[in-house]
Write a protein that binds this ligand. Structure first.
Ligand code: T4K
Length: 378
C-alpha cells in the first residue's frame, strides 16, 4: 500500500480548527470599527459568558494562554511560599514549571497505567507537613480520579488544582470537568480541540476567588487609582476572543469527525498484537483531543522505531510525554526527583505514541497509518 500524498505533504499530530475566513474578516472588521482591541472588551465578555455555559461551570476567567492561567490558578490559592505541590511527571512542561514559577516545589507522583493520570493510591505516601496542594492533569482528556483525590485533599487539608488543558467539554456523569477541585486551568492553544490561537481559562466554584483572579490577571488594578495586588498581564485580547467565538460554533462538528476517526483507529488497531489502546471510562465524555496508543513489548519493533519510520514518510507522530518532566535538565538533579519511585511513568514514557488526530485527516492517510502498524511498519 502506498500513500499518494506522502512525498509532498507533511502529516502532523494535529491540525488547528479554523473558522471560515470570511467570518474572521467580519469579526476583525467589527473590532476595527470599535477600536477596542483588548482589556476585557465586548468579544471577551461574550466569550467568557458563552464558555461558562458550554463548560457547565460557575465561574470562568479568560487568559492569554494556558500557562499563565495555570500560574495564576496556583497564585490565587495563596499556598505557603516554598511548600510542596504533588503532581504528575507525565505531562507538558507547563505543569511543573507553573508550580516553580510560584516559588513552590513540585513533588512527582507516579501515574495510573490506563488513564496515565496521577495515581491516587500513591499520593498519600508523598504528603509531608510541607505539602500544600495536589495538581492533577487530565492527560489526553482522561480525567483524574477526582473523587479519590478530593478525599485525600479533604483529609489532609490540601488544595486541589487541575490542569484541564486537554479536556475541553469533558463531563463526568454530566458534570463539567472544570467544576472539580478548587480551580481548573484550560488551554486554548492552536493545537487544542477548541482554540483561540493562544489562550486559556480558569474555572472555579468559589465566587470569592473571582476578585482575586481578576486582579491577578490585570496587574492587580481595580481602578485608575487603586492597585490591590501584585498581578500579571494575563488578559486575552479581542482578536483571540473573536476567534474563540467562531470556533465555539464549529468545535462539536470537529469532535464528530474525530469520533469517526477514533472508531476507525479503535476497530483496526485494537486487533493488533502489541498495541494497547487506553480506554476512557464509560461515565466520561471524550474531548477527542489526542489519540494515544501504547506500544507493548510484544510488538515487533519499539515505539521509537515506529516514530522514526513514520517520520521518514512525512508522518509526524508525537511521543507525548517523553521525556517525562523528571527527566528534564531543570528537574532531574533534585534529590527528591532522583529518589522518586516512578515505575509506571518510566515504562509508559517509552511506549506512548500519539497518532495524527484531527477532523480533516484524510481517510486514506488514516488507513495507511493503520496498514503500516498492522504490518509491523514494513
Ligand atoms: N498543560 C498541559 C497539560 C499542556 O499540554 C499544555 C500545552 C499546557 C498546560 C500549556 O498551555 P498553553 O500555554 O500552551 O496554552 C504543543 C502546544 O504548543 C502546547 O500548547 C501543548 N500543551 C503541547 C502538548 O503541544 P509542542 O511543542 O508539541 O508544539 P508544536 O509546535 O510542536 O506543535 C505540535 C504540532 O501541531 C506540530 O507538529 C504541527 C501542529 N501545528 C502546530 C501549530 C502551533 C499546526 O499544525 N499549526 C500550528 O499553528 O507543544
Amino acid at each position: 500500500m502506498m500513500l499518494k500524498t506522502k512525498k509532498d505533504k507533511k502529516i502532523f499530530v494535529t491540525s488547528p480548527l479554523l473558522p471560515d475566513i470570511e467570518d474572521v474578516y467580519s469579526e476583525i472588521r467589527e473590532i476595527f470599527d470599535s477600536k477596542w482591541l483588548t482589556n476585557m472588551g465586548e468579544k471577551h465578555k461574550s466569550l467568557e459568558l458563552a464558555l461558562k455555559n458550554e463548560l457547565k461551570v460557575k465561574n470562568l476567567s479568560l487568559f492569554n494562554n494556558g500557562t499563565i492561567a495555570l500560574v495564576t490558578a496556583i497564585k490565587a490559592l495563596n499556598l505557603p511560599y516554598g511548600s510542596e505541590v504533588i503532581t504528575t511527571p507525565f505531562t507538558f512542561a507547563a505543569t511543573p514549571h507553573s508550580i516553580v514559577w510560584n516559588g513552590l516545589k513540585p513533588v512527582f507522583c507516579d501515574i495510573e497505567p490506563n488513564t496515565m493520570t496521577i495515581d491516587p493510591n500513591k499520593i498519600e505516601e508523598l504528603i509531608t507537613p510541607n505539602t500544600s496542594a495536589i495538581l492533577g492533569v487530565h492527560v489526553y482528556g482522561f480525567p483524574c480520579d477526582v473523587e479519590a483525590i478530593q478525599k485525600i485533599a479533604d483529609k489532609h487539608g490540601l488544595k486541589v488544582i487541575y490542569d484541564a488543558a486537554h479536556c475541553f467539554s469533558t463531563e463526568i456523569n454530566g458534570r463539567g470537568i472544570g467544576t472539580f477541585g478548587n480551580i481548573s486551568a484550560f488551554s486554548f492553544h492552536a493545537t487544542k480541540l477548541f482554540n483561540t490561537i493562544e489562550g486559556g481559562a480558569l474555572t472555579y466554584n468559589d465566587d470569592s476567588l473571582d476578585r482575586k483572579i481578576y486582579n491577578l490577571r490585570n496587574f492587580g488594578i481595580r481602578n485608575e487609582e487603586v492597585v490591590e495586588e501584585v498581578g500579571i498581564n494575563g488578559k486575552m485580547n479581542e482578536f483571540q476572543a473573536a476567534f474563540g467565538l467562531l470556533n465555539l460554533k464549529i468545535y462539536r462538528k470537529e469532535q464528530e469527525k474525530r469520533q469517526k476517526l477514533k472508531e476507525l483507529y479503535d476497530n483496526k488497531l485494537s486487533k493488533i498484537k502489541g498495541i494497547r489502546i487506553p480506554k476512557i471510562p464509560d461515565n466520561v465524555t471524550n474531548s477527542y483531543q489526542y489519540y494515544p496508543i501504547i506500544i507493548e513489548d510484544d510488538y515487533p519493533i519499539s515505539r521509537n522505531e515506529i516514530y522514526d519510520r513514520f517520520k521518514e514518510e512525512n508522518i509526524f507522530t508525537r511521543k507525548y510525554f517523553y521525556p517525562a518532566c523528571t527527566d528534564y535538565d531543570c528537574y532531574k538533579n533534585d534529590l527528591s526527583v532522583k529518589l522518586a519511585k516512578l515505575p509506571v511513568t518510566n515504562n509508559l514514557k517509552n511506549k506512548v505514541l500519539c497518532l495524527p488526530y484531527y477532523g480533516s485527516l484524510e481517510k486514506e492517510t488514516a488507513e495507511y497509518i493503520i496498514y503500516k502498524l498492522q504490518n509491523g511498519m514494513n
